[in-house]
Design a protein around this ligand. Structure first.
Ligand code: ATP
Length: 298
């Protein structure tokens, strides 16, 4: 299937700061695509480029298989910065202004959008009376006007309390269920793991990895085993079924299994039946945090 967005060799520098270096990836239709990376890794720069707010130095990108045009732009809703809503106006009146400025949506769309972002009951309250989470939901509502197929959000949960964060994440899942493709920047591994189907991991302007979350951020069980004769142990374990990789680390043999599948007793029995007595058998879980740390550290 044709990707919604394909990015090919994008580079961008600000003076002598290289914000993006030859970055390429594709966003499949229907994905919740997380752009994950620490501060300054180039996420906002990339979102600005694919929205035509900034121009790349080199590289190309295609939306819906075509170079960007005003027509394709209408199919994309975005939230890069919190919009300047008027504090003394209601949600409805603020969205009317957004409609007028952007040319997207109408009175009916405003009603629909307020229902989606769960502000309908409070639609006539002044913006100044909203919680931070409600303000952010209204901003997402503004991005939804005109019913775009794709939504771009830059750090959509930044600055919110845990309740606000949960509400926004739930809203993103809901929008995804309705068939929208969502691209969101986040510096939170945990958020990407909870919300996204796909991820691109950025570090100092470079792409480290991209693909489905369950592949890129795969969790693993690691079993460490040792016995008096490490080489015999390794030879025997090579024929053990179900592991994904085997490594020798000094006296230790490490067997990697998909998360939750390491068969400890069977390993013990297997070795014993092969005449090998273990002096260590230990299960370690490799957390996503470790993996992210490995990916983003030098
Ligand atoms: P954050 O989460 O902090 O916004 P980010 O991953 O979105 O980070 P960018 O904002 O894209 O990263 O910044 C990438 C690099 O480019 C950083 O080193 C940043 O200082 C630099 N940069 C961004 N905008 C400008 C600008 N207008 N002028 C000069 N340098 C910039």
């Amino acid at each position: 299937m044709q990707p919604i967005l394909s990015i090919e060799g994008i580079s961008k520098s600000y003076g002598n700061i290289q914000a993006l270096q030859n970055v390429s990836y594709e966003v499949p239709k229907g994905a919740v695509f997380g752009l994950l990376g620490p501060n300054g890794s180039g996420k906002t720069t990339m979102l600005s480029i694919i929205l035509d707010v900034l121009k790349a130095n080199t590289g190309t990108f295609n939306w819906f298989g075509k170079p960007g045009s005003p027509e394709t732009r209408k199919r994309i809703g975005s939230l890069l910065e919190t919009p300047n809503f008027y504090h003394y106006l209601s949600a409805v009146d603020n969205l009317k202004i957004t409609c007028a400025i952007s040319g997207r949506g109408n009175d009916q769309a405003i009603e629909d959008v307020l229902k989606i972002v769960k502000l309908y009951e409070r639609k006539n309250s002044r913006f100044s009376t909203y919680s931070l989470g409600m303000k952010q939901r209204l901003a997402i509502g503004a991005a939804l006007l005109g019913n775009p197929e794709v939504l771009l959000f830059d750090e959509p949960t930044n600055g919110l309390d845990p309740v606000g964060i949960a509400e926004i994440r739930e809203l993103i899942r809901e929008l995804s269920k309705q068939g929208k493709t969502i691209i969101m920047a986040s510096h939170l591994l945990d958020e990407v793991e909870k919300v996204c189907t796909h991820v691109a991991i950025m570090k100092r302007g470079k792409l480290l990895a991209a693909g489905p979350v369950n592949e890129v951020l795969a969790n693993e069980d690691i079993v460490e085993l040792s016995s008096l004769h490490a080489s015999d142990l390794k030879l025997a374990l090579e024929n053990f079924p179900g592991y994904s990789s085997i490594q020798e680390n000094g006296e230790l043999i490490q067997l990697y299994f998909p998360i939750g599948t390491a068969p400890m007793e069977e390993l013990n029995r297997y070795c014993f039946e092969k005449g090998i007595v273990l002096n260590q058998l230990l299960l370690k879980k490799k957390s996503l945090e470790t993996k992210f740390f490995e990916l983003t550290n030098d």
